[in-house]
Write a protein that binds this ligand. Structure first.
Ligand code: SAM
Length: 378
C-alpha cells in the first residue's frame, strides 16, 4: 500500500523515502508544493552568499577544502572585499547576506564582529553567518554586533556516522546539535541541514534526520546531495568501506534529495528551505526549479568574486562558479519567474504562526545533552 500523507510518523517517512513509483510520488510533490504555497507563499527569497575564506582546520571526510586537502590555494577575503560584496548584494536587491567559510580561526571574533557591524551600518541587510563550530563567546559577540542567523548543518543525525565522517578536533567532542540549541537561546534564527547519500547513510537514518529538523524546530534547512570530491577520503576507497548494503544505502541522486526536501516541507511547514547549489550541480538544467516546486522557497546566489569562488571547491563542478553576480541574479530570476513564482523582497526571515520555538527541555531525549551517544546526538 502506498504511504499516506496525513500522519508523518517514522514508518511513513521511511515509506516515502523508499517509494520509487513516479505516479505515487506525484502525490508527495503536489502536497509539498501546496504546503509551501499555504505557509510561506510564492515569493522566493534571495540570499547573497559570500564565501569569505577557504581556510579550514577540520578534516571532514567529505569536504574538498578540508585542512589536509592537497592542491587547494587558500584565501581569506579582506574587510574591504567583504563589504564590497555586501554592497553588491544590496545593489542586486537581496535582503540578506550569508558569510560562509571553512572553520577558520584566522577569522577572529573581532574581525567578524567588525564586518557584521560595518555591513549592518551601511546596508541594513539581514546577516547570516556560516562559519562552523565556534565558541559561545564568539557567537554571542557576533549576535551582539548584529548578526541575525547562523547556519550549521548537523550533516547526519546518526552519531556513529557523524563521528566517522566529521572527526572531532583533538580534546573536544563535536556536537553541532548542542551548538544549534545554544544559538537559539542566544536569539539567532538557526539553520541546519544534511547531505543526502553520504556513504553509510540508510533510509532509516535519513528519516530520523527529517524528524530531528522537526524536533529542533529548525528555521532554515539546507538539503543537498552528497557530491564526492576526489580530494577527499569519501571521493575514494573509504566510500566503498562505509557504504551500507545495496537495499539500505541512500543514493546521492536528485530524486532522493527532492524526496527529503518535500518531506521536510511537510513536517516543517514554516521553515525556509533553499533549493541548493548542490542540487543545481547534479541537474544544471532543472535542479533549481525542481527544488522550488517540491517544497523549497529560498535561493542563495553567489556574490563572491569569481576569482575566489573557484577556490571554494567543496566538491567538483559546482554550479554557477564562473558567472558574475549580475549574471547569476538574471539567470535565477528568470528561472523563478518561469515556474510562476515571484522574487521576494526584504529579509525573508522565518515565519511563525504557531507557538514559539521548542525549548531544549521539550525535546525528545534523543536530541538533548552534550556528547550523548544516542541517535540525534553528536
Ligand atoms: N565550515 C562551515 C561548516 O562546516 O558548517 C561552513 C562551510 S561547509 C563547506 C558548508 C556545507 O557544505 C557543509 O555543511 C556540508 O553539508 C556541505 N558540503 C561539504 N562537502 C560536501 C560535498 N562533498 N558534497 C555536498 N555537500 C558538501
Amino acid at each position: 500500500m502506498p504511504p499516506g500523507l496525513d500522519r508523518l510518523d517514522h514508518e511513513t517517512i521511511v515509506g516515502w523515502l523508499r517509494e520509487a513509483d513516479p505516479a505515487v510520488l506525484e502525490r508527495l510533490w503536489a502536497r509539498a508544493d501546496a504546503v509551501r504555497a499555504a505557509h510561506v507563499g510564492d515569493a522566493v527569497h534571495l540570499r547573497g552568499l559570500i564565501e569569505i575564506s577557504n581556510h579550514c582546520i577540520r578534516h571532514c571526510l567529505y569536504c574538498g577544502i578540508r585542512a589536509c586537502s592537497d592542491g587547494v590555494t587558500r584565501y581569506r577575503m579582506t574587510a574591504a572585499e567583504i563589504l564590497e560584496c555586501a554592497r553588491e548584494a544590496k545593489r542586486l536587491g537581496y535582503g540578506t547576506v550569508v558569510m560562509q567559510s571553512g572553520e577558520d580561526p584566522g577569522l577572529t571574533r573581532e574581525f567578524i564582529a567588525d564586518r557584521v557591524r560595518a555591513i549592518k551600518a551601511e546596508t541594513g541587510l539581514a546577516i547570516t553567518l556560516s562559519l562552523g563550530e565556534r565558541s559561545d563567546e564568539d557567537l554571542k559577540a557576533w549576535k551582539g554586533a548584529g548578526a541575525d542567523r547562523f547556519l550549521l548543518r548537523f550533516e547526519t543525525s546518526d552519531p556513529g556516522l557523524y563521528h566517522r565522517i566529521h572527526p572531532s578536533l583533538p580534546g573536544t567532542l563535536s556536537d553541532r546539535v548542542a551548538q544549534l540549541q545554544r544559538m537559539r537561546a542566544m536569539g539567532y534564527e538557526i539553520g541546519s541541514g544534511v547531505m543526502v547519500g553520504i556513504p553509510g547513510q540508510t533510509w532509516e537514518i535519513l528519516a530520523r534526520d527529517i524528524e530531528l529538523f522537526r524536533d529542533l524546530d529548525i528555521d532554515m534547512i539546507g538539503i543537498g546531495p552528497f557530491l564526492p570530491s576526489p580530494r577527499t577520503p569519501l571521493g575514494g576507497e573509504a566510500a566503498e568501506r562505509l557504504r551500507a548494503s545495496a537495499d539500505e544505502q541512500v543514493p546521492n541522486n536528485e530524486e532522493a534529495t527532492l524526496k527529503v526536501v518535500a518531506l521536510t516541507r511537510l513536517v516543517c511547514p514554516e521553515a525556509n528551505l533553499p533549493s541548493t547549489t548542490a542540487l543545481a550541480t547534479i541537474d544544471p538544467a532543472t535542479g533549481r526549479e525542481l527544488g522550488l516546486v517540491r517544497g523549497a522557497n529560498i535561493v542563495m546566489p553567489n556574490v563572491t568574486p569569481p576569482a575566489y569562488r573557484v577556490l571554494y571547491e567543496i566538491y567538483p563542478g559546482k554550479a554557477c562558479i564562473h558567472e558574475t553576480a549580475e549574471a547569476c541574479q538574471g539567470c535565477l530570476e528568470r528561472r523563478i519567474r518561469s515556474i510562476g513564482r515571484t522574487v521576494g523582497s526584504g529579509p525573508g526571515g522565518r515565519r511563525r504562526s504557531g507557538p514559539a520555538a521548542v525549548t531544549s527541555s521539550l525535546l525528545p531525549t534523543s536530541a538533548r545533552g552534550r556528547g550523548d551517544p544516542r541517535p540525534g546526538r553528536h
